[in-house]
Design a binder for this molecule. Sequence first.
Ligand code: SDX
Length: 442
Amino acid sequence: MLKEKTMPTTEMATLTLRGQTYEFPVTVGTENEIAIDISALRKKTGVVTLDYGYMNTGACESAITFLDGEKGVLRYRGYPVEELAKNSRFVEVAYLLINGHMPNEIERVQWSSLLNSHSMMHEDMRHLFYQYPEHSHPMAILSAMVVSLSTYYPELSQHRPDEPEEAITIAATRLMSKVRTIAAFSYKKSIGEPFVYPRHDLKYCANFLNMMFSSPVCPYEIRPEVVQALNVLLILHADHEQNCSTAAVRLVGSARVNLYAAVGAGICALWGPLHGGANQMVVDMLEEIQRSGQGVRSYVDLVKASKGKMLLYGFGHRVYKNYDPRAKIIKKCCHDMLKALQIHDPLLDIALELEQLAMSDDYFTERNLYPNVDFYSGIIYRAIGIPKEMFTVMFALGRLPGWIAQWKEAREDPRFKLQRPRQIYVGPNMRLMNDADKTREI
Ligand code: SDX
């Protein structure tokens, strides 16, 4: 249960509007973030606020993730992400996000056996994969399959606000475990190979890699460097406070839909090229630079001359006005893994040159455009052998525990409300229909 996490203050903010003065309470978070609570604004003043993109609007109080965009700080439940990436496995970080504490030995064993017991999909779901046209984007398949889980596993009702904890835990575990299987199955289907089932003797990341890359004629060699790199990548993607897809999960979840439907909405939001879809766009961009032979400098000049019409994918962030701390870790992980696998990827050279040019160009630095989490992640996925159409699926795999944790926290929040923003109407004033408007025949 999300307890009142803000510090009780008597501080008030004053608003003066059309000669009237109003007061609104100021709330302060545990990291001294300050907000003006305008819950009573319309009741007191009759007006609403307008904030395109919610650039200045907090949707909730949350105890899950803390970001400091100016200082490039990211912490999950208080732990710096750098610590977690170095010392934990993804499933432990998933447990932390969903339950609020790191698992002890008993909880770790229970969580691991729960994930194993829910790793298979209902056998009937296999046939759904064959109904998609060839070259279907795996994000379309993933979102449809995740929502379809609610038809095979209807334990989560839509209407009971007091859903038993046990049902939520089972649904969360089903999602955590089955989404990995769905992702691997959609890849196998796309290359016309038979599905490889999850194995109980393999841990989360190794199991995923095995389902993706082993086949009846050729077992996959599970390299510890690759498992380690995948754990780090999934940890770095695990949550990021109220980003677009998490906001979608909370908004759709506020109508009290079940967890699968809310996560399906998050997957669709993440697919967008401005959000999680950027990791695929980055590699498209690097490949285009390589193919054109025009060089990185001329591509950067094209972006600048386009005045925002062309984007440097993998650069810029709504919150980080500095280097995304995750990009730093992923860049190092890139170098370490390519070295361990003795791979030279020319796209990494292009990416490094692109970063170096952009970081020394006022156009980008003045706009606080630094590499974000999506800039280097695709290079690692390529080295592992994951096709670029699957990159955003990998992002979703990582973000899943964050979505689950945020959906759960929203439901447990004593101030839980159906999310329904207001607007300012700018259309035609009242007018009556003239004869030309009326239907002549029924
Ligand atoms: C993720 O929110 C999260 O936490 C998201 C995420 C997560 O973990 O959930 O971190 C994951 O989505 C990372 C972002 C991935 N997206 C991309 O890499 C796509 C490229 N980036 C841009 O689309 C953009 O930077 C956004 C959408 C990420 C943020 O944009 P904002 O905050 O809405 O800022 P803006 O669009 O108003 O841009 C401000 C200026 C504009 O120029 P001017 O009008 O001031 O002249 O910067 C320019 C923009 O044109 N600009 C870019 C640019 N991003 C912004 N110019 C070139 N290339 C870019 N990438």
